[in-house]
Design a binder for this molecule. Structure first.
Ligand code: NDP
Length: 295
């Protein structure tokens, strides 16, 4: 395979690129900046897709950037960096003389309505009740290529846990100082996945011809993890206490009410189709996933 990932330079993209290269695939990134083994989005729109076997989209402005105020301009960037890049890749695939065999998009479990009790599988409804759910709907709609011979897969990811980026990199310092704790009540579900498993699922989707449609990218034990248990397990992995809850008002003050929903509420999501498709998780349980990350 020679896949071309958009957003391949990011947190998940770096892990996926490493995994794909270790499996003997050649990888070309689509990026805002040119360079070795890269093409830019402008080059993609002018010259089309380079000859490749598969395409992945991982591009997206970081939603939880605490340094960006949640307002109209930032919302537009959050949307366009996902929907427009997805559209650009879908159009390039549709126009390719030799279309790739697979097309994988990573979106989020924000598609499903936050609830302390409901459990969601890939067949559950969603996508129409708040900013994030509507974002996922238009993101996934942008990936559709009617009549295309290219096999399409969407991975709806939970919070990606890994060493060099994502949520954990923002939490490590306070937790190392013993100042970490649950957010808000701590009772909200915390859908999570180890970065090696998210890369593993994307790779599985690229390589296995029978995989198609939606796959939930969350660990099998993730429906049993609350924000409070996550805080306790992270503190335990670091050998520190996790006594200081972060009050909901403080989360809203930093991130804005609409974005704070991502941290103060959560979904219990099952990777039903992912397991049925034959993917076997490396880190199904949280304590081992966290020990691997903070070791
Ligand atoms: P990153 O924040 O690391 O960003 C990925 C890449 O997106 C960047 O390397 C960058 O590539 C590109 N990008 C960033 N901003 C823009 C922009 N404004 N316009 C165009 N491209 C942009 O993301 P992750 O690796 O953490 O996540 C990958 C995907 O998975 C994202 O779409 C994200 O929404 C989704 N996801 C991530 C989760 C997580 O916990 N990390 C959870 C659920 C979903 P370059 O600089 O080369 O252009």
């Amino acid at each position: 395979l020679s896949p071309s990932p958009g957003g391949g330079t990011g947190f998940v993209g770096r892990a996926l690129t490493q995994l794909l290269r270790s499996r003997g695939h050649q990888v070309t990134h689509v990026s805002r900046q040119g360079g070795k083994d890269r093409i830019t989005w402008e080059e993609l729109s002018h010259s089309g897709l380079p000859l490749c076997d598969a395409v992945v989209n991982l591009a997206g402005e970081n939603v939880l950037n605490p340094f960006r105020r949640w307002g109209d301009a930032f919302c537009r960037e959050v949307i366009s960096s996902r929907v427009e890049t997805t559209k650009a890749l879908a159009e390039a695939i549709a126009a390719a003389e030799q279309p790739p065999r697979a097309w994988v998009l990573v979106t989020g479990v924000g598609f499903y309505r936050p609830s302390p009790t409901a459990e969601y599988t890939e067949d559950s409804p969603g996508g129409d009740f708040d900013f994030f759910s509507r974002l996922v709907s238009s993101w996934e709609a942008a990936a559709l290529i009617p009549g295309s011979p290219t096999r399409g897969v969407v991975v709806r990811s939970g919070v990606v846990l890994g060493r060099d980026g994502g949520a954990i990199s923002q939490m490590l310092l306070p937790f190392r100082l013993g100042l970490g704790g649950p957010m808000g009540s701590g009772l909200q579900p915390f859908p999570w996945i180890h970065i090696q498993d998210l890369s593993g699922i994307v790779c599985h989707a690229l390589e296995k011809e029978s995989v198609q449609g939606i796959l939930n990218g969350v660990a099998p034990s993730s429906p049993g993890t609350s924000n409070g248990t996550f805080a306790q397990e992270l503190a335990a992995a670091l050998g520190r206490p996790a006594l200081l809850p972060v009050p909901a008002w403080a989360v809203r003050a930093v991130f804005g009410a609409e974005r704070a929903v991502m941290l103060l509420e959560g979904q219990r999501v099952l990777p039903k189709r992912t397991l049925e498709s034959g993917y076997s998780f490396i880190f199904p349980e949280l304590p081992a996933a966290l020990r691997d990350i903070v070791a």
